[in-house]
Write a protein that binds this ligand. Sequence first.
Ligand code: NA7
Length: 966
Amino acid sequence: MPDVLARQVVSTVSLAPKAAISGIRAPIWRATSPPMAWVSGSSAAATRRTQAAGSVERVMATGCGICAKWSKLLRASIHSPEDDRGDFCQISSTKNNNSWEEGRMPQHHDIVVIGAGFSGLYAVHKFRDELGLSVKGFDAAGGVGGTWWWNRYPGARCDIESVHYAYSFSEEIQKRWTWSERFAAQPEILSYLEFVADTLDLRRAFTFGTRITSAVWDDEDHVWTVSTSDGGVCTTRFLIAASGNLSIPKPPDFAGLDRFKGEVYTTSQWPHHPVDFTGKRVGIIGTGSTGIQVIQEVAKQAAHLTVFQRTPNFALPLGNESLSEEKRRWVADHHAEIRAGARETFMGIPFERPEISGTLVPAEARKAKYDRLWSKGGWPLLVSSYADVLSSQAVNDDVADYVRDKIRARVTKPGVAELLCPTDHPFATKRLAFETDYFDIFNQDNVDLIDVRTKPVEHLTERGIVAGGVEYPLDVLIFAIGFDSVTGPLVHLGLVGRNGATLAERWQDGPRNYLGIAMHDFPNLFTITGPTSAVALYNNPLAIEDHVDLATDAVRYTLDRGADMIEATAEAEEHWSRIVNGLLGLTLFPKAKSWYMGANIDGKRTGTYIFTGSAQLYRQMTAEMQQLGYGGFVVGTRRAALPPMMKLDPAVLGLMGVLQGQGTKALHDCTVEETRALVDSFSMLQGDARDVEVTATAYPTKTGERPVRVYRPKGRAGLLPVVVFCHGGGFIAGSIDAIDKPCRALADDLGLVVVAPGYRLAPEHPFPAATDDTFAALEWAAVHAARFGGDADRLVVAGESAGGLLAAVAALRARDGGGPRVAAQVLITPAIDGAAKTASRVEYAEGPILSTKAAEGMFAAYLAGTGAEHSPLASPVHAASLAGLPPCLVLSAECDPLRDEGEDYARRLAAAGVEVRSIRLDGLIHAAFSMAGVIPRARDFTVQIGEFLGAVLGRADAQPTRAAGE
Ligand code: NA7
């Protein structure tokens, strides 16, 4: 069984040990309402809970141990962990223990944990042993282990390396446990979880064999009322759904199933006794990662195996091996260094970093890379090849071809190889499978492959399966047909939030939540590895630890503030939906009918079920949310503002993920040389180079000639407006090479002659070198415009970032120094004022891309101690007057530290009587204009420029001739 999550589990007994932990007051809130309500027997709350639990409306007043306990608590007005130590209130998992029917009050817990897999075990440990809360767990399984308790089919194995598929929170556990194989099989992982449970004394927190049947929020008393399959009812302040992503099996709905007389097994509900296939005719339906594992095992034993395949899947070699005693010890002893940096990667495993794009690499080099990564076994072909393998169809096709060739090389039975080659979905857009001898077994005489697309399964008979009009006799039938994934385990809990909102109704059109972990109208509920959280593409034990840590911190934060409720806002959900939908839209995942997309279950809405950004990005977003006091949540009555990252365009977030995946250094940590290399490398993010006329020439300055490129669209007759475009790069980086593609696009899209001057850079050439050069370029362009078919009467000065400042200063110099007449200025995310102290410099101090610190450092390098801070040539804000300047377009980006200074400048221009258009582009960042290849909305800049120039130059042909990037 590959990397999957805990099954639903639940248990009882909240005998929380005394808080062993750090920093939190042990008795944390008053257990007022539950005892009050039940003892009174008449309160609305009691009635509500009784109804919620579907129980009789009989509430015992006093007389039992439980009531005595609550009375005691009431007297103390505190419900502390010690109070749960008594034997009363025990709920047996073996008999109906409906508290109400027995005339008892339900037991109250601080925390109820649903599930005893990786998530639930860790949650109990954190809440009970670290926060000192009373915790009760439930699980439908007969013991701990979650997924690994249920999925006992032959061949069940994890496809994440053992050392990584393990908790990281405990040094002791990591040192004491050793793994016998590189990729552990199910029995060993189950033993590991049992070992963890015993080491931390977790089993006693759980009632096993008990399923949650409903959990209903009480909005007056701020508790959840939880009902269980054994008739039990309890209340809890916080509910932790650790029920996993893959714990509700997809039901087999084959006609005639009940007629079949042979043995029937489902992989995820495998019996606890061994199943012997010797001498038997076995049929298996399903060729996902589970099917592939079980097929390659059963084929070794069965007399005959018939595989019914609907969709062939991409399966890569696992490369499993057993580990010697010595190696096991070494791995355990070196776990820290082996796992170092895991959380700062895409998948939570420190694999080799991918190159940024397969499109930039020649075919032979790609092939050599694939060969090398293939031989490693496991995930590297996907995660260490190219960062755009899941977003570029061309790159994906290349890898897919490589994998298909590998399959063809192994399967020799005529016609079978092609059936096993996946062709209907891009590589890895269905969950990748891993195999050892899966493809080889199809060469065996005792194995047949039936393509149920051409020979659909019609029905079952007493003897076997009829497909395509042929009956296949079987003694054993195995279903490996997957799960009602991601949302199924939560919807099946019977959650009812505020105002009777059921989760099933809420999620009719797909899941909706905040950060995948919390929901509006479902307060005090945390969904560990919930839909749209980083988990499907993130090494699960680390994802689980992250989510449980977050839930624990949220509860601690809430209680520390004297509140009893925390809830995501509807606004936060809105932004999160926009982000996860947008991120998914940047990938190839929607091209597959997969459980990732909710497309494997008939009638389920296809959409965004998983977070397709990187684990690192998700962690950054959750960390920011926490640092800003639970931004996007209401804690008690305090509503915390939405974190800045939540406002970002999804494409920007995708780009951040890619840059993080490359290990890209923050600009403010770069040397000048590193800054130049980084800025130059951004040209990879600019998309294709447009086919325009380009003239490379030179313009004179006082210190000699400087290079300049002139772009003119092809097939345009007559004189065109001329735009002198100053590149960005913080005065210390950038070049006419780096801005080549955006200049081509500007010329092509808007029908302009674009003049891009190279100018001298600081610190070698500090202020005023850059402004002198760019002003000289403006003068040169005015004189030579006609040479390039440009109209000197429609001369525009433009620039991005530092180039925006240079453009603004050039307009000023032209006004004051008798320069050419400038018809308009276009300032794109300009750096206007190096000394600005604006809100945006605080809100987006960390960028993305440009941080405030980097901006300050670059401006300081430009001025280089020249004392020119207050010169209008260093910043136009120091001009005595801005009156008489040409019409100006200021394009600011919402999530840019320089946003406000650009907008302030626009206001000052307007106040001085200049015609100004100031437009803020939502969700975009500094330098987005020149990243059109990865930020589709970069075209908004071009569209705005076209409209502005069309208006101020009084001509239609400066309008965009087509939307940029189309
Ligand atoms: P998956 O990946 O959902 O695979 C289920 C397989 O069963 C897949 O090949 C399906 O074909 C097939 N299937 C499902 N329903 C049918 C019917 N009605 N007829 C024929 N074939 C059918 O589940 P797994 O258990 O393999 O893996 C789940 C996760 O567990 C995995 O991603 C890891 O994270 C661990 P389809 O592709 O839909 O045509």
